[in-house]
Design a protein. Structure first.
Ligand code: T5A
Ligand code: NA
Length: 217
């Protein structure tokens, strides 16, 4: 149903661990398909974590291997660069691409580790030049509420202290004038209510896309 010649939108969903990102991406994907839009759903790190880079990330997140903070950071970023061209191609082809975590997670999680040589500024630089989202939905939830949800506490970053730092840094990104694509959604409510709040700004954004730019410094 996308208008002839109009490009697809790049829509990113971000938030703390267990904020409900994957559940909401799946619902959004199905809603857009039901409305006859060409749509794709991808996630970072990749779903099956099966490329050489994906395998290294998976092993690190499960605590099965150790990596220097900068190395793992650059692997997460490389994982996005591997897919950047295919995102551009899909969007040019009129496909709206829904992305579950992106550069914002990349910068914020690494900078939350407390490594004095890994600031948010440093962490953002490898992301500069990646396709800039038309809309980034930040699913906002308290670390306490996130911790009550299924599966929490299994992976490396799922500790209370880390999640608090991650939340603070996510919120600090909202204050940067060049990140005006970020929209905050209250994700502490029932799944269908959150989904309704997400669909409206996405449909609005899809109507207003022009040329896609790069993420800025
Ligand atoms: N990371 C990631 C980096 O450090 N750098 C990077 O560059 C990137 C991309 C794994 C880790 O990698 C780090 C961040 C992470 O720590 P991941 O694979 O995206 O990243 O993490 P997952 O474990 O897949 O996903 P999350 O833990 O983030 O969960 P989601 O996707 O936010 O939540 P979801 O939808 O899976 O739901 C979790 C549970 O809550 C329930 C669901 O049914 C499920 O049980 N739920 C709700 N319950 C009540 N009310 C609601 N509204 C609910 N929504 C979902
Ligand atoms: Na997820």
């Amino acid at each position: 149903m996308a208008e002839k010649g109009r490009r697809g939108a790049l829509v990113v969903v971000e938030g703390l661990d267990r904020a409900g990102k994957s559940s909401q991406c799946e619902l959004l994907y199905r809603s857009l398909l039901a409305l006859n839009y060409k749509t794709k759903y991808i996630r970072f790190p990749e779903k099956d974590r099966s490329t050489p880079i994906g395998k290294q990330i998976d092993s690190y997140l499960r605590g099965q291997s150790q990596l220097d903070d900068h190395s793992i950071h650059l692997l997460f970023s490389a994982n996005r660069w591997e897919v950047a061209q295919s995102i551009q191609d899909d969007i040019a082809d009129g496909v709206t691409v829904i992305v579950d975590r992106y550069s914002y997670s990349g910068a914020v999680y690494s900078a939350s580790k407390g490594n004095p040589n890994l600031s948010l500024h440093w962490a953002w630089q490898p992301e500069v030049g990646l396709p800039r989202p038309d809309l980034c939905l930040f699913l906002s939830i308290s670390p306490e509420d996130a911790a009550k949800r299924g599966g929490y506490g299994v992976e490396r970053y799922e500790t209370d202290c880390m999640q608090r730092r991650v939340r603070d840094l996510f919120l600090s990104l909202l204050d940067l004038p060049h990140n005006d694509e970020i929209c905050v959604i209250d994700a502490g409510r029932p799944v269908d209510e959150v989904a309704q709040d997400i669909l409206e700004p996405v449909l609005e954004c899809m109507k207003n896309v022009d040329s896609i730019g790069p993420l800025k410094k």
